[in-house]
Design a protein around this ligand. Structure first.
Ligand code: S3P
Length: 452
C-alpha cells in the first residue's frame, strides 16, 4: 500500500549517545535504485523474473503497485523475494486509477519514461514531497519522443501523460547530471524504433544500463571527451525475464557506517553492499578524512560489484570534496555532513546544486539542522562548509526533517555522538528506503527510540 506521508501523524524519534561502542555484523537493505529497475524491467520482459534481496520499502512497494496497475503481476514470494510476470514491451495497459509513487522521484521519473512510448493515458501523483519536485527535467525529453503532458505549474505532479502512438527515438544531452533522467530516456527508447542516445557530460549511476544488458537489450556505453559517456540503446529489443540478486544499498549502508565511525570504540561490518564505482564517492571522502574503512570479499553479483564493508571508529579530519564527485555520492551528503561535524577541521563540499531538488531542500535542511546542534556551518552558493572541532557537537534539539528519509536518518546518527540527545520531528519517511533502520542500529548497540 502506498501511504501519503503528509497525511500521517508525525512519529518523533530520539537518538541518545550509547554507553558502549557499536559492535556487530549486519546486512544493509536492498538497493533502492536497483529494486525499482528490477520491477520495471521485469514488467517489460517476457516471462517470470525472480528477484531476491528486493528492498521492501514504501518507495519500492509503490513501484510494484504501479506496474500491477499497468497490467504486470509483481508479487511477494518470501522474505525480500519477489516475482514479476512481465507482459513484454508495448504490452502495458491503461491504468484504471491514479499511479501514486509515494515519496519516490526515481519511481515517478522512470515510470514516466516507460509510459512516454506506450499509447495510453495515465495520471501520476505522489506525496507532498514528490509533488514539490521538478518533473520538467523528464517532461522535456519525453515530449520529444511524442508524449503529451498536462501538469501543474512548474511541471509538478499530479500530471497526466499520454504516451506517443508513433514514438520517435531521440538523442539527448543531459542538462543536469541525473541518472533518473538518463534512465527515463533509455526506458522510453525501448518502445521506439531505431537508436536512442543519451550523452552524459558527467557519469551517473549506471544500474539501468547494466540491467538492460542483463535482460538482453543492446545497450552500449562509450567514453566521450571530458570524462563523460555516450549511451546508445537499440529500440524494440526482446527483453527476456532474468533472475536478479539485488545488492545492499550503499546509500543505506552509509548510515550505520558513519555511526560506527563517530561512536568511539565501534567496529561494524556491513555485508553484501553494492560497490558500483559510480556509487562509491562517499568511501573516497571517508578515506581522505582518515577513516578506517576496508572492503572485504569483493565479488560480482548479477552484473553489479559487491563487497563487505568493515569500519572502525577513529579520529576524522576535514577534507575538500570536489564537485566532480557529486554524482557518485549524490545521496550521501546529509550523512557525510554528520561525519564532517564530528571531524577535526574544515570540510568543504562543492557542487551541491542538485541537493535543492531532492526529497527536501537538503542544503538548507542540513545546514539548519547542524547549526541547531551547535555546529559551525555555512552555505555559499552550491558550497557547504562545516567546521568540526574534533569533539562531539552539542545536540539537544529537535530537527525538522521535511518528509526526507535521509535527513531523518542522518540526524539520528548524529544523535548517537552528540553530548545531548537529538530528536527528529517525523521518522515515518525512513520506511521509504530503510524500514529496518531502527532495529538494525539498535542491534549494534545504538540507542534510538520513539520520543517520549
Ligand atoms: C537515483 C538517482 C539519483 C538519486 C536518487 C536515486 C536513481 O537522483 O539522488 O536517490 O535511482 O537513479 P538523480 O539521478 O536525479 O540525481
Amino acid at each position: 500500500m502506498v501511504h501519503d506521508l503528509s497525511l500521517q501523524s508525525p512519529d518523533s524519534w530520539t537518538a541518545t549517545r550509547p554507553i558502549a561502542p557499536l559492535i556487530g555484523k549486519i546486512r544493509a537493505p536492498g538497493d533502492k535504485s536497483i529494486s525499482h529497475c528490477a520491477l520495471m524491467l521485469g514488467a517489460l520482459a517476457v516471462g517470470r523474473t525472480e528477484i531476491s534481496g528486493l528492498l521492501e520499502g514504501e518507495d519500492v512497494l509503490a513501484t510494484a503497485a504501479a506496474i500491477n496497475g499497468l497490467g504486470a503481476y509483481a508479487t511477494r514470494a518470501g522474505d525480500r523475494r519477489w516475482t514479476v510476470d512481465g507482459i513484454g514491451i508495448a504490452g502495458l495497459g491503461e491504468p484504471e486509477d491514479l499511479l501514486d509513487l509515494g515519496n519516490s522521484g526515481t519511481a515517478a521519473r522512470l515510470l514516466l519514461g516507460i509510459l512516454a512510448t506506450h499509447p495510453i493515458t495515465a495520471f501520476v501523483t505522489g506525496d507532498a514531497s514528490l509533488r514539490r519536485r521538478p518533473m520538467g527535467r523528464v517532461v522535456e525529453p519525453l515530449s520529444r519522443f511524442g508524449a503529451r503532458f498536462v501538469a501543474r505549474e512548474g511541471a509538478r505532479l499530479p500530471l497526466a501523460i499520454s504516451g506517443a502512438t508513433n514514438p520517435i527515438a531521440i538523442t539527448y544531452r543531459l542538462p543536469v547530471p541525473s541518472a533518473q533522467v538518463k534512465s527515463a530516456v533509455l526506458l522510453a527508447g525501448l518502445n521506439a524504433p531505431g537508436t536512442t542516445t543519451v550523452i552524459e557530460p558527467q557519469p551517473t549511476r549506471d544500474h539501468t544500463e547494466r540491467m538492460l544488458d542483463h535482460f538482453g537489450a543492446t545497450v552500449t556505453t562509450e567514453p566521450i571527451e571530458g570524462g563523460g559517456k555516450r549511451i546508445t540503446l537499440q529500440g524494440y529489443p526482446e527483453l527476456a525475464a532474468a533472475p536478479i540478486a539485488v545488492p545492499g544499498d550503499p546509500s543505506s549502508a552509509a548510515f550505520p557506517l558513519i555511526a560506527a565511525l563517530i561512536v568511539p570504540g565501534s567496529e561494524v561490518t556491513i555485508d553484501g553492499v553494492g560497490v558500483n564505482p559510480l556509487r562509491t564517492g562517499l568511501f573516497e571522502c571517508l578515506r581522505e578524512m582518515g577513516a578506517d574503512l576496508t572492503l572485504l570479499n569483493q565479488h560480482d553479483e548479477g552484473g553489479e560489484p559487491v563487497a563487505d564493508l568493515r569500519v572502525r571508529a577513529g579520529t576524522l579530519k576535514g577534507a575538500d570534496i570536489p564537485a566532480e564527485r557529486a554524482p557518485r555520492m549524490i545521496d550521501e551528503y546529509p550523512i557525510l555532513a554528520v561525519a564532517a561535524a564530528c571531524a577535526r577541521g574544515r570540510t568543504v563540499m562543492r557542487g551541491l546544486a542538485e541537493l535543492r531538488v531532492k526529497e527536501s531542500h537538503r542544503l538548507s535542511a542540513i545546514s539548519a539542522g547542524l547549526a541547531a546542534c551547535g555546529v559551525r556551518v555555512a552555505v555559499d552558493g552550491d558550497t557547504l562548509t562545516i567546521d568540526g572541532n574534533g569533539g562531539p557537537p552539542e545536540g539537544g534539539v529537535s530537527i525538522t526533517t521535511h518528509l526526507d528519509h535521509r535527513i531523518a536518518m542522518a540526524f539520528l546518527v548524529l544523535g548517537l555522538a552528540t553530548r545531548q540527545p537529538v530528536r527528529i520531528d517525523d521518522a515515518a519517511p525512513i520506511a521509504t528506503s530503510f524500514p529496518c533502520f531502527l532495529p538494525l542500529i539498535n542491534a549494534l548497540g545504538g540507542t534510538i527510540g520513539k520520543a517520549a
